[in-house]
Design a binder for this molecule. Sequence first.
Ligand code: FAD
Length: 151
Amino acid sequence: MPERPALVIGQHTLFDPSRAPAGQHTLYCYSHVPARYACSDADVAGLVEAQLERFAPGFADTVLARAIRNPQRTEAENPSLVDGDLGGGSYELDQQLLFRPAPELCRHRTPLPGLYVAGASVHPGGSVQGMGGRSAARALLADRRLRPWRA
Ligand SMILES: Cc1cc2nc3c(=O)[nH]c(=O)nc-3n(C[C@H](O)[C@H](O)[C@H](O)COP(=O)(O)OP(=O)(O)OC[C@H]3O[C@@H](n4cnc5c(N)ncnc54)[C@H](O)[C@@H]3O)c2cc1C
């Protein structure tokens, strides 16, 4: 775990003040940790806040409350995020471009007629773009046109 981890930060209240009582703010921040890294909440939160403090001295004194998720808790809250992985699996070339998550499933069809897969662990991968769902729907409609008895 790096002493000075790279952070992804968002301050929602700059764009939506309704997310906090007047004059207060919400800050969202995450850092990547090494795979299967067993960490205590306090350990990583300390490193993250030290990084924020470097660029915003006095930040720690403005914190009213914290909600911390380590990888284990992230997975507990959403079983899709195995080991706290935000991306739903590897993004190595084979897994990203070609066979995500496996050659038999990368076109959203499954061996069971009428059952399709979509989501971050299927092509084209994670993020809030919805393309996986769109491609799965297109596969279903194509099957329905080609083989109406199967879909
Ligand atoms: C902290 C974080 C920050 C992110 N930041 C960004 C960002 O800035 N921009 C971006 O584009 N993407 C971001 N992403 C990625 C993006 O949110 C995901 O790739 C996307 O939500 C995946 O959609 P999905 O439908 O595959 O899965 P999810 O949105 O994870 O939905 C899966 C759902 O299935 C439920 N589930 C799982 N297992 C079971 C089960 N066994 N039975 C019943 N229900 C189950 C889960 O509870 C969950 O509600 C971020 C993800 C995280 C976690």
